[in-house]
Write a protein that binds this ligand. Structure first.
Ligand code: 13P
Length: 341
């Protein structure tokens, strides 16, 4: 392992004012997104849609540091035959790959999940490296509910994340370590912050036991945020303050950058929360975005599966990328959204 090189990639992924496009929806997940815009979930449509984002020159050059791809996409070519990976590299961004194989129920832990995909991971990573991937992603899922999460689920998922991260670094690939505490329940922000703190502490403990070099990872956490069904919705300022407090208590300064998931927040909320955190300032790591839905909902809607709407979709993608880029610098303002609308 060459840690200097891993560190350079991790630093570039979370460089000032740049963030990650999570375009790694599995074929099943992208079907849900396409259903919402009445678009058939064919291989060509998936390619056309992702190609339009990777060809949005301004966003890709100025606002996006890297793109997380799904296995299908990393091997696909654009309509003109150019490998999609080359489009990303030419635009100035780093290709990355989702390597977990989804989740399964965790035995003896009703309602809880374990992320799978470790067994042949070393071989798969070598192939992805040859195809141009310089970082990877593995998502663990922790749900909050009555009597959950259990320590068993948190520990098993943290251990799997650490095993994955160690395998990535051995393959000269930067691991995005993503322990996601879901915002689906009716819990309040304090419960989310407490559970996330527990999850992050277990995760960093396992990373240590597995000898993962923190200078060569990117952390992708959820924010401390109220559950979607909570009767008490925390303000952007409260989300920012509680998230920063929680991260300071859990994430060593050796980690170069933290790139949040959006997790079901609205586009503008995800931007406002990131911006409010960066306005606090004085943090040991760069705080940026690694958004899926919060970057793509607008372009998907504008595109609607129609070739004639490609330019409109690219404009929508560019706008969200730019807003989040400003938020990563703590320079976003609500007015900028209104002007664009
Ligand atoms: P969301 O931003 O839509 O949560 O997706 C990010 C991601 O990569 C989840 O694994």
């Amino acid at each position: 392992m060459n840690l200097d090189e891993l560190n350079k990639v991790a630093v570039a992924m979370t460089a000032n004012g740049k963030g990650i496009l999570a375009a790694d929806e599995s074929t099943g997940t992208i079907k849900k997104r396409f259903d919402a815009i009445a678009t058939e979930n064919t291989e060509d449509n998936r390619r056309d849609y992702r190609e339009l984002m990777f060809r949005t020159a301004e966003a890709m050059k100025n606002h996006i540091s890297g793109v997380i791809l799904y296995d299908e996409t990393i091997w696909q070519t654009a309509k003109d035959g150019t490998p999609l990976v080359d489009l990303i590299k030419k635009a100035g961004a780093i290709p990355g790959i989702k390597v977990d194989e989804g989740t399964k129920p965790l035995p003896n832990c009703p309602g809880e999940l374990i992320t799978i995909g470790l067994d042949k991971l070393a071989d798969r990573l070598a192939k992805y490296y040859d195809q141009g991937a310089r970082f990877a992603k593995w998502r663990a899922v922790i749900d909050i509910g009555a009597g959950i999460p259990s320590h068993a689920a948190i520990h098993a998922n943290a251990h799997a994340l650490a095993r994955y991260a160690a395998l990535c670094q051995a393959a000269q690939i930067v691991p995005i370590v993503e322990p996601e505490v879901l915002m689906d329940g009716d819990h309040d922000i304090d419960r989310c912050a407490a559970v996330t703190e527990w999850v992050l502490k277990e995760t960093f403990q396992e990373l240590y036991y597995n000898k993962v070099a923190l200078e060569g990872i990117v952390l992708k956490p959820n924010m401390a945020i109220s559950g979607k069904k909570s009767s008490k919705k925390a303000s952007a300022q409260e989300v920012a303050e509680k998230t920063v407090k929680m991260l300071k208590n859990c994430v060593p300064g050796a980690v170069p950058g933290i790139a949040f998931l959006s997790g079901g927040q609205s586009d503008e909320e995800a931007t406002a929360h990131l911006d409010a955190m960066n306005k606090i300032g004085g943090l040991p790591w760069h705080l940026t975005f690694s958004y899926g839905r919060a970057l793509q909902a607008a372009p998907q809607k504008a595109w609607g599966g129609k070739e004639a709407n490609v330019a409109a979709a690219q404009a929508a993608f560019n706008h969200r990328a730019k807003m989040n880029s400003l938020a990563a610098l703590g320079q976003w303002k609500t007015d900028l959204e209104k002007k664009a609308a």
